[in-house]
Structure formats: structure tokens, C-alpha cells
Design a protein around this ligand. Structure first.
Ligand code: NAD
Ligand code: MLT
Length: 311
């Protein structure tokens, strides 16, 4: 028998992939403290998480029978990959299942930011009818800068073109030829900073991308630029963003992710120019089913000696 711990909320469709396997038992227990996870992890062959659970080196060191960690989503920055490799634990993710949802959320945030929809809604709820205060901007004809043109960045580019925006993108693995095929402009990071009216980041959180949007980057941007982050906290340096908004350099920011989550007390949330959601990019029925099914299939594959699809 293989024992699997689901430590974060995982869609029932995914869990049923596991539960239908007669060789598997599933413990569905979310909200364990780091100490509780460390104390219990040696009972399990597989660990299933989203982004909330931090799979640290000390968790992995205590996981004497752990063979695989499944991440129901894209980012594996909550898992100590070096420790997993050293201990022979395979890490799999589900890179494709939430692409559309994350791209749609980015566009929803971009439009809500541009038209101040959350602020106007709040004002109405407070009994005000303020049509003068909430004058927005059209997206049509504005230039969207995309940093990171992978799965989600690419889908955002196509959606932005649907809004009649011009798109410039930077990604070290992107080419001018591909940009031509997509009908967008290929630029350097500096080009994106200097030319874009709206900037959205879609890279993983890596050493290279940590704080890549910092005070120096903001200083190169257009006055009144709008910033969106539906990728990972830590790509944008938060104090620098705060200062750039207060100084008027940045007109507004849409934030789905910040460095320390949950982030309900963050100072950025006190600024009226900031709209935010609590890491909801992948929170759709469809995406959660997709990623859960993909990652649970891979866990079964690996435990039964088959090849995992997304190591
Ligand atoms: P992906 O791997 O398909 O794309 C990432 C792209 O970033 C790649 O094309 C890569 O070449 C590029 N990149 C890497 N380093 C770069 C750099 N220094 N400068 C510019 N580009 C760089 O990943 P994806 O599926 O598109 O996901 C993108 C991000 O969105 C990830 O951080 C992921 O964790 C996050 N995400 C967030 C949510 C959410 O709920 N908010 C949902 C899904 C994904
Ligand atoms: C991801 O990287 O897939 C996202 O953070 C979505 C999530 O797991 O909530």
C-alpha cells in the first residue's frame, strides 16, 4: 500500500484518481503547521501540495519513505528542490492545467485596474455616487509589456491583442521570428521598461527574477505606468513599488501575489491605487480540476513504476 498525504486543498476530481486506486490510501489533511507536517511526514510515500505548504529541507529530511512530491500547479518555489534531489524524491508539477485561468485573471485584473472597478464598487457600497472620481483609461492603443513569454505570458499576449493593445515582450528564450508569427514586438528588458504603458510579469521566481522589478527598473519606466503581477511575489520589489506609486511614477498596480502570503495586512493594500486578490490566478473550477488530475496521475505513475509526465 502507498500512503499519500494531501496537505493543501486539492480538487475532489483529482483526489478521486488516487482514491480509485486499490493500492493507495489518501489522507486529506490541510492546514498542518510546519511542526505537524515534520512530525507526520515519515508515514507517507507521496505528498500532494499547492502553494501554501512549504516543503522545506527539514520536512524532506524527516520524510524517510517519501518518493514523490506532487505540486498541483506550476510554481515549485515552495519546495526545496535541492533537498528533494539529494534525498531521491521526485518533484512533479502540473504546468498546463491553469494557464488559461491565470491568463484570464491577468486580463481581468488589468481591466479592473484601468477602470478602477474595485474602488468604484467599494465607494458605491459606502453610499457614494462618484462618477467624476473614477475616470479610467482605455486599453486600446496602449502598449502592454510582457516579461516572461511562456505559457501564461503567451496567452496574455493573445488576449491583449484582442483588446487591441500593442504588445512588446521580453523573454531570454523568445525570438524575433516567434514575435513576428504572434504579431507582437520583441524587445529587451530595457525596451519593455521604457516603452510599455502597462507591464505584466509572467516569469517563475528564480535567483535571476527575484526583485527584477526594482527601484532602478521603475526609474526607467514611463510616468503613469500600470503594473500587474499575477505570477509570483518576489519578482517585484515591494518597497520600490510602494515608493513608485506614492511618488506618482506608477499610476496603479494589480497584485495577485506578494512575497509573504497570506498578505492581508500589507502596506501596499493601504494605497488606493492598488487592487489585489488573494492569489486567485488559478482559482477556477476548471483549473483546479485540471491540475489536480494531472498531478495525481503522475503520482500514481511514479509509485507504480511508470514514467511521470511532468518531473
Ligand atoms: P512558463 O515556464 O511557461 O513561463 C515562464 C517564462 O519565463 C519562460 O518562457 C521563461 O523563459 C521566462 N523567463 C525565465 N527567466 C526570465 C527572465 N529573467 N526574464 C524574462 N523571462 C524569463 O511558466 P507559466 O506557466 O507561464 O507561469 C508563469 C508564472 O506564473 C510562474 O511564476 C507561475 O508560478 C505563476 N503562476 C501563478 C498563478 C497564480 O495563481 N497567480 C497561476 C499559475 C502560474
Ligand atoms: C501556480 O503556480 O500554479 C499558482 O500559484 C497556482 C496555485 O497553486 O494556486
Amino acid at each position: 500500500m502507498f500512503h499519500i498525504l494531501a496537505a493543501d486543498p486539492i480538487s475532489t476530481e483529482g483526489l478521486s484518481v488516487l482514491q480509485h486506486d486499490p493500492n493507495v490510501t489518501v489522507t486529506d489533511e490541510t492546514g498542518l503547521s510546519p511542526d505537524e507536517l515534520e512530525n507526520r511526514i515519515d508515514q507517507f510515500d507521496a505528498l500532494l501540495v499547492r502553494s501554501q505548504t512549504k516543503v522545506t529541507r527539514s520536512v524532506i529530511e524527516k520524510a524517510s519513505r517519501l518518493k514523490i512530491i506532487g505540486r498541483a500547479g506550476v510554481g515549485v518555489d515552495n519546495i526545496d528542490l535541492d533537498a528533494a534531489t539529494e534525498h531521491g524524491v521526485l518533484v512533479v508539477n502540473a504546468p498546463n492545467g491553469n494557464t488559461n485561468s491565470a491568463a484570464e485573471h491577468t486580463m481581468a485584473m488589468t481591466m479592473a485596474l484601468s477602470r478602477q472597478i474595485p474602488q468604484a464598487h467599494l465607494s458605491l457600497q459606502n453610499g457614494k455616487w462618484d462618477r467624476k472620481k473614477y475616470v479610467g483609461f482605455e486599453l486600446k492603443g496602449k502598449k502592454l509589456g510582457i516579461i516572461g513569454l511562456g505559457r501564461i505570458g503567451t496567452e496574455v499576449a493573445y488576449r491583449a491583442k484582442g483588446q487591441r493593445m500593442d504588445v512588446i515582450a521580453y523573454d531570454p528564450f523568445f525570438t524575433e521570428e516567434k514575435a513576428d508569427q504572434m504579431g507582437i514586438e520583441y524587445g529587451t528588458l530595457e525596451d519593455v521598461f521604457q516603452e510599455a504603458d502597462y507591464i505584466t510579469v509572467h516569469t517563475p521566481l528564480l535567483k535571476d527574477t527575484h526583485h527584477m522589478i526594482n527601484a532602478d527598473a521603475f526609474s526607467k519606466m514611463k510616468d503613469g505606468v500600470h503594473i500587474m503581477n499575477c505570477a509570483r511575489g518576489g519578482i517585484i520589489e515591494e518597497d520600490a513599488l510602494y515608493d513608485a506609486i506614492v511618488s506618482g511614477k506608477v499610476a496603479g498596480a494589480a497584485i495577485d501575489v506578494l512575497e509573504d502570503e497570506p498578505f492581508q495586512d500589507h502596506k501596499l493594500l493601504q494605497l488606493p491605487q492598488v487592487i489585489a486578490t488573494p492569489h486567485l490566478g488559478a482559482s477556477t473550477v476548471e483549473a483546479q480540476e485540471n491540475v489536480a488530475i494531472d498531478v495525481c496521475r503522475d503520482i500514481i505513475n511514479h509509485l507504480t513504476g511508470e514514467m511521470a509526465q511532468n518531473p
